[in-house]
Design a protein around this ligand. Structure first.
Ligand SMILES: NC(=O)c1ccc[n+]([C@@H]2O[C@H](COP(=O)([O-])OP(=O)(O)OC[C@H]3O[C@@H](n4cnc5c(N)ncnc54)[C@H](OP(=O)(O)O)[C@@H]3O)[C@@H](O)[C@H]2O)c1
Length: 322
């Protein structure tokens, strides 16, 4: 089978290549999926470069622990291992597993479920990690409630497009921050107000919020404090700057100063959960959330897709279609 392989850390075009590998063997409790699509997100740039360095304790110290790239997929079941009951051959499924930029991936049955009825394969592939992250940031850490004012930085990206829709579905008034060229997209997802980060600093929004979901991860803590209502919640999701920690040191500073401020600070390390995969399928099937696929690519163009996402050339998510 063809697969995208990364044997060292570096710039995507230098270190990613398409190779022929053996189709994975299906173990007990696993499901073999013929991958139809696999997404590229803002995180992939960090993963290919192996940044921040601190993350290499998880991804592999000197080289990627799993050389086959890709984390999520949608596709068709071709084989089920012993003990798998919920999934059958020919089911269309989506889920998460390392090595998904490949024609086949063998996945523990607890890491996939039936694809939403009303999405394309590319849209379903774009859901797992970006939508979990948004769900856990908005619902679990932000504890967004009906009628609250929610500010979402990075609203037009992979995570942000879900965060805007989930916050609206929970009954919030949403302000999204993104580039001017994607303001129409964020408005179409339900945002009540859209702000261009090139034009406005958080401090001149003239409004205060119950929850700030900081997905892009760059405003100074003092600016975050200035836009939150007393007792409001700041949720850190993303980070920028610094090859060692890539902004997570800012999270730490935020958590440390929180007890002395009049707002709560929470930092998200998203969890891959089957229950959240099912929740997101329900949101999508109800029509409350629509996965946004901005561009599709072939397998040998993964490096170009990662570069396009990094440079902000994709509206929503980039998806590799096999
Ligand atoms: N904590 C976790 O568990 C977790 C999980 C997943 C991802 N993440 C992190 O979340 C971050 C976002 O990921 P993603 O996949 O959504 O990225 P993405 O698709 O590249 O989206 C980035 C977003 O940030 C916006 N943006 C760019 N420059 C900005 C600025 N100066 N100020 C405010 N917004 C700006 C972009 O707007 P335009 O494109 O309109 O310019 C876009 O909306 C990454 O750092 C990723 O590593 C964290």
């Amino acid at each position: 089978m063809r697969a995208v392989v990364q044997e060292r850390y570096g710039v995507p075009a230098d270190v990613l290549s398409v190779r022929d590998l053996a189709v994975p063997v299906v173990g007990a409790g696993e499901v073999l999926v013929r991958v139809g699509a696999s997404p590229v997100s803002g995180t992939d740039w960090h993963l290919v470069l192996g940044l921040p360095y601190a993350a290499r304790f998880v991804t592999g110290l000197r080289r990627p622990a799993n050389p086959v790239f890709g984390l999520e997929f949608a596709g068709t079941v071709t084989e089920v291992g012993a003990g798998v009951r919920d999934v059958r051959v020919d089911d269309e499924v989506f889920g998460w597993h390392g090595g998904s930029f490949a024609e086949y991936v063998s996945v523990p049955a607890g890491q996939l479920t039936r694809k939403p009825r009303n999405t394309s394969t590319a849209q379903a592939a774009a859901m797992p990690i970006a939508s979990f992250t948004a769900l856990q940031a908005v619902r679990d850490l932000g504890e967004v409630e009906p009628g609250q004012d929610v500010l979402i930085s990075g609203a037009s990206g992979c995570v942000g497009t879900y965060a805007v829709q989930i916050a609206k579905a929970l009954g919030a008034r949403v302000t999204g921050i993104c580039g001017a060229d994607k303001a129409d997209l964020v408005r179409s997802l339900g945002a009540d107000r859209v702000v261009d980060y090139r034009e406005h600093d958080l401090r001149d929004l003239g409004e205060r919020f119950d929850v700030l979901v900081d997905i892009y991860g760059n405003p100074p803590l003092a600016a975050c404090a200035a836009v939150l209502k007393p007792g409001g919640t700041l949720v850190f999701v993303g980070g920028t700057g610094g090859r060692l920690f890539m902004g997570t040191d800012r999270w730490l500073r935020g958590v440390l100063v929180a007890p002395f401020r009049r707002f709560r600070v929470r930092a998200l390390v998203h969890q891959d959960r089957h229950a959240d995969l099912v929740t997101m399928r329900e949101y999508v099937e109800s029509g409350a959330v629509t996965p946004v696929v901005g561009r599709v690519y072939e397998l040998d163009r993964v490096a170009e897709a990662i570069e396009d996402v990094r440079c902000g050339r994709v509206r929503g998510q980039a998806v590799v279609v096999l």
